[in-house]
Design a binder for this molecule. Sequence first.
Ligand code: SAM
Ligand code: FES
Length: 449
Amino acid sequence: MEPYRYHAFVCTQEKGEGVPCCAAAGSFTVLNALHRELGAKALAEEVQVSSCGCLGVCDSGPVMVVYPEGDWYTKLTPNDVGEIVSSHFQRGEKVARLLRTDYEAMKAEMVDHHHRYLAMLQGKDAAGVLPDDVNEMIRGFMPSRATLTALELDVFTAIGEGGTAKQIAGKIQAAVRATEMLLNALVSLNLLEKRDGVYTNAPVAARFFAEGTADSARRAQLHTVNMWKRWSTLTDAVRAGTTVAPKPDNGSVEPFIAAMDHNARGRARAVAQAVEVTGARQMLDLGGGSGAYSIAFAKAAPGLHSEIVDAPEVLALANDYVRKAGLADRISTRAGDMLSVPLEAGKYDLVLLAAICHMFSSEENKQLIERAYAALAPKGRLVISDFVLEADKTAPRFAALFALNMLVGTRAGSSYSEPEYAAWLKEAGFAESKRVRMPGPANLMIATK
Ligand SMILES: C[S@@+](CC[C@H](N)C(=O)[O-])C[C@H]1O[C@@H](n2cnc3c(N)ncnc32)[C@H](O)[C@@H]1O
Ligand code: FES
């Protein structure tokens, strides 16, 4: 007995440029349409949909195989999906015009495709051509740049319920020709869908990239637009050994804090759990940003009072986040430079440095950790959350690349390794420290006084 009435496998395999594959033939738009139609017909719990790798008939993509009977639908378009859902999945009547049943011919096609694909790979290798995956990595900026430009121009909000290139160009006040190119590229990235010349947001873009939705990350992603500008100075920064980018203007604070809040919101509760904050009473959140960690910690520990130290322009935003969380009576804010602001000795049982150490040099971090030690009560704990490198600093990849993010954006910041953190903590006098690995790119270093 199957747990579902039907199980549909939709091939979403991507292959090298110029090689026929389902992804290039538009399988993601088919997959999106399938989820949408099943949802609309209340069949999502009866029909399991799985995206899968190559099914062998790559010249006939997008391909979908439906079990338990093993029916092969090929050359699908989003326009076919409604008929398959209402006919095959709802009434049990297969859509004959879209089915392939010439199994012998299909088998021959699979073998032929496999041989041609292997021959192509061998041919490329023999010719000394850059492998596709390396090429793709080098050109990785293209999808990123297209998406960032769309976010900057607020394309996803302009699309709303859908529109033609001309209508959308009018709304974003851009050239029609260029807007159409951008929209088509976004369709190829599965961020938009296009039917009869009308563009609509794919579910992920509708949820995260349009303004005004509950989960909109557009403002946070405008911080990535600013990162892009700094990353384009990387070559000169490597020569100079420090940032050469112009100082960020005031307009960058709001997207920066929105981005920090977005990152922190997804993990702050898990960090509070990992740190076991329940009994903590006095917390110091140095460079607390939006206050996302203070908020999550205060929610997890009913007796906790947290004090956020940050720049005045950031505190204006933090106060807003704290007020909205209904925690203004337990989370206070103080303007100051964390490297020099007076800190009461022995007051706190928890000091948090979340996404802070990478902004500073080794010397500044030593100083900061010493200040945290002095501010902690006996048995108090310092929690550092950051992108912690392995000892030789080449992994994890995110932390190694993030070191460059700090090179282009700060005077002396970087990513640091676990042995570096451990040494600073020991030198400051902490009795013990441990690394706690968390899901996602950041880890914790927890040290006890
Ligand atoms: C990368 S954000 C991290 C924010 C927050 N801890 C989080 O994880 O979401 C760094 C924060 O430190 C603040 N900051 C940077 N230098 C500072 C300094 N010298 N003194 C106080 N705050 C500082 C910034 O304004 C920003 O809010
Ligand atoms: S890529 Fe889909 S069948 Fe081969």
